[in-house]
Design a protein around this ligand. Structure first.
Ligand SMILES: *Cc1c(COP(=O)(O)O)cnc(C)c1O
Length: 371
């Protein structure tokens, strides 16, 4: 419910960017349609080459979505039943499900409450002789502290698969994320910083054999037609989405710069003492997929903003270990207090390319008005 005569600020809108790229997107559609070739073709190849370059990685394999990008990377690395994979306790369910789908067990590690990202200091205590990999998630568009994570992985001989679904173009110590580990999974779900006009994803890696295996696994496990070397999946980036993504990729940096300028205004303008603003460590230049504030009276603040026409979201209202689908892991409330604290205090406020100054100021003023 909201007031009638108030400004409306949506949580996200694709319209400002789509208006700018309208011609390019229509041309992309026409090109694929005229060519009449929809799966595994030159659009896919072209996008993969340019996205690999963008991520400073040697190889990019287009897949069906972000979940598959992570799952196929784990599968290609040989992660299997009986293995354990370190996953942050505060993330989207897809990170954990990627582990589950290859038959392995996700082992949760608490985040640093200031950055929301996995706390490297808490990883080693969760490593057992079954642990085979760590999956750092660059949550909300901010890089994890990769140096200590890579050091721990090196010391214990673990794979690292980065979950980059929310962080296209984010940097850690000046280096773009996606090439720190053995492989990285990206999502191009429409709401992500680089979004397709439907589902799409990609895995990037510097390992040629791994890239070939991921490609085969996403194509029924075949290395050439009707010859199947693995029990694969069907998960390919289709030509139409690849063409849309090629039209949008050249604008990604501009989109991220715009998101940063909105975030800067929020960081300077929101002064309500009840609100804890997100913390940006020196090593990170975030791309602000989500701007998450925290507030003890989160649900009241949410109602207050919604009533005044500002749409908000929570990332995420139920932590991984309390999800019904993971009952089998046997966790209970209190097992991951930091993830639980985030789930009850975090509120995501509007953040999208092309927000007007008026909208940004209205969000700031309304949050400051909350008593
Ligand atoms: C969106 C997302 C995914 C999954 O991407 P899909 O394309 O929706 O499958 C994985 N991890 C994180 C952190 C995400 O935000």
């Amino acid at each position: 419910m909201s007031l009638d005569n108030t400004m409306k600020v949506p949580f996200v809108s694709f319209k400002p960017l789509e208006k700018e790229l309208d011609g390019d997107l229509r041309v992309a559609f026409e090109r694929v349609y005229e060519n009449s070739w929809y799966i595994e073709g030159k659009e896919d190849e072209k996008f993969e080459a340019s996205f690999a370059e963008y991520c400073k990685s040697k190889y990019c394999v287009g897949v069906g979505n972000g979940l598959d990008a992570l799952m196929l990377a784990l599968k290609a690395l040989g992660v299997k039943e009986g293995d354990e994979v370190i996953v942050p306790s505060n993330t989207y369910i897809a990170t954990a499900l990627a582990v589950t789908y290859v038959g392995a067990t996700p082992v949760f590690v608490e985040p640093d409450i200031r950055t929301f990202n996995i706390d490297p200091a808490r990883i080693e205590e969760k490593i057992t002789d079954k642990t085979v990999a760590i999956m750092p998630v660059h949550l909300y568009g901010q890089a994890c502290d990769m140096d200590p994570i890579m050091e721990i992985a090196g010391k214990h001989d673990l794979y690292v698969v980065e979950d980059c679904a929310q962080a296209h173009g984010a940097t850690y110590k000046g280096r773009v994320i996606g090439s720190f580990g053995n492989a990285a999974g990206f999502s191009f779900y429409p709401g992500k910083n680089l979004g397709a006009l439907g589902d799409a994803g990609a895995t990037v890696t510097n390992d040629k054999d791994l890239a070939a295996k991921i490609r085969a696994l996403g194509n029924y496990g075949s290395d050439y037609k009707y010859h199947h070397i693995y029990k694969g999946n069907n998960s390919r980036l289709d030509e139409m989405q690849a063409a849309f993504l090629s039209a949008k990729l050249p604008h990604l940096d501009k989109v991220n710069v715009n998101r940063r300028s909105i975030a800067d205004k929020y960081l300077k303008g929101i002064t309500n003492p009840e609100v804890i603003l997100p913390f940006v460590p020196d090593y990170a230049v975030p791309v602000w997929h989500i701007f998450g504030i925290r507030c003890k009276r989160r649900d009241e603040l949410e109602k207050f903003l919604n009533y005044r026409g500002i749409t908000t979201n929570k990332h995420y209202p139920i932590p991984m270990h309390l999800q019904e689908c993971y009952k089998d892991l046997g966790y209970k409330e209190g097992d991951f207090p930091i993830a639980e604290e985030i789930s009850t205090t975090e509120l995501s406020i509007p953040m999208f390319y092309g927000m007007t100054d008026e909208q940004i100021q209205y969000v700031i003023d309304t949050i400051n008005d909350f008593k």
